[in-house]
Ligand binder design. Structure first.
Ligand code: NDP
Length: 323
């Protein structure tokens, strides 16, 4: 039996539960790749799985995102060979020294992209890409708000929107984060207490076309207040907790507003759609138009500490684990 080390969560709870243990190494089944992990992407959803906010079966090894080198190609897989460098947002149990991914959910990493950046691209990069192009479609000259502007998704989404000619306002909680958000292209950076008023002032009373809200409970109501007539609220996460039920009449009173609650999986429906979204990100990196900030990296064994940092708002950009 080949063994490896992986993070395991025995039951739902806090970051202190994450343990680094010896487990049996997986093998590649039909249609799958076995990958030697080089870098693991930490995402907010991993904390929802650990805490029990999203239901999973325990004991549980977190992780959907990682980059690495193909070790084994399962039966029926074409287009991959051992030694290929791949990355994915759709793996499972990636907080491990090896992981398995369906070949159709992996992509080849173009030469020149380091492993840590390759692990940072898929989940937050594809999310920012579908938010900018598909979940809402702000036009050149429109003004939008991106909450948590110095976060993983926030920094990428800001850059993609600015490149499309959209004016981006953001929220952040510290001066350091404010500076990072401005460097990513935000024109105004607000605090969380008064962003709705300040966005309205900065748009001559009109309000903004779209609010991208991954913060949730703390910001939802003010996000609706910040919208212009027929504006759209894209609620894509709950970093501060889930949004409680609300009265739909609020959308009428606010000016025929719309709310959508999208999820990345619904925007990767076909191989063509996945390939298009990845290509936009890889092309933007190659052209020097998109910078992926690795804000922190920790040994895989310290995954619990990484969760603690992410949940306590101590991080900026991407958090990476190294096996
Ligand atoms: P971030 O790096 O953005 O981290 C979350 C940030 O949210 C914090 O750094 C913090 O920034 C801000 N925040 C505000 N209030 C709180 C709070 N009470 N507790 C914690 N953080 C708070 O994370 P990600 O980029 O990984 O993810 C951002 C959001 O996007 C998450 O909600 C995630 O679930 C969601 N997501 C959704 C996807 C989808 O398809 N729907 C896919 C991927 C991610 P500050 O200190 O500046 O306030």
């Amino acid at each position: 039996m080949t063994t490896m080390r992986a993070i395991s969560v025995p039951h739902a709870g806090g970051p202190e539960l994450l343990e680094f243990i010896e487990v049996e190494s997986p093998t590649a089944g039909p249609g799958e790749l076995l990958v030697q992990t080089r870098a693991v992407g930490v995402n907010f959803i991993d904390t929802y799985h650990r805490s029990g906010a999203y239901q999973v079966d325990y004991p549980f090894t977190p992780g959907a995102e990682a980059s690495g080198v193909v070790l084994e190609v399962g039966p029926g897989v074409e287009g991959y060979a051992p030694g290929d460098v791949v990355t994915t947002a759709e793996g499972s149990r990636t907080y491990a020294q090896r992981f398995v991914v369906p070949a159709e959910a992996a992509v080849h990493v173009p030469g020149g992209i380091p492993h840590d950046v390759a692990a940072a691209i898929p989940l937050q990069g594809l999310t920012a890409q579908y938010l900018a192009t598909s979940a809402a479609q702000p036009q050149q000259g429109d003004t939008v708000i991106v909450h948590a502007g110095a976060g993983g998704v926030g920094l990428i989404l800001t850059q993609l929107l600015v490149a499309r000619g959209v004016r981006v306002f953001t929220t952040t909680s510290t001066e350091e984060k404010r500076e990072l958000s401005l460097a990513a292209g935000a024109t105004e950076v607000f605090g969380y207490d008064d962003f709705a008023e300040r966005a309205r002032e900065a748009t001559n009373g009109e309000g903004v076309a779209v609010v991208y809200d991954g913060v949730g409970a703390r910001t939802f109501d003010d996000s609706l207040t910040a919208l212009r007539v027929r504006g759209e609220l894209v609620l894509f996460g709950a970093a501060s907790g889930p949004v409680p039920p609300f009265d739909l009449q609020r959308l009428n009173a606010g000016g025929s507003l719309s709310v959508t609650r999208p999820s990345l999986g619904h925007f990767l429906r076909t191989p063509e759609e996945r390939a298009w979204r990845y290509a936009e990100i890889f092309d933007a990196i190659a052209a020097g138009r998109l910078d992926f900030r690795i804000g922190a990296r920790f040994p895989l064994a310290e995954a619990g500490y990484a969760h603690e940092q992410l949940e306590s708002r101590a991080t900026t950009g991407k958090v990476i684990l190294e096996p």
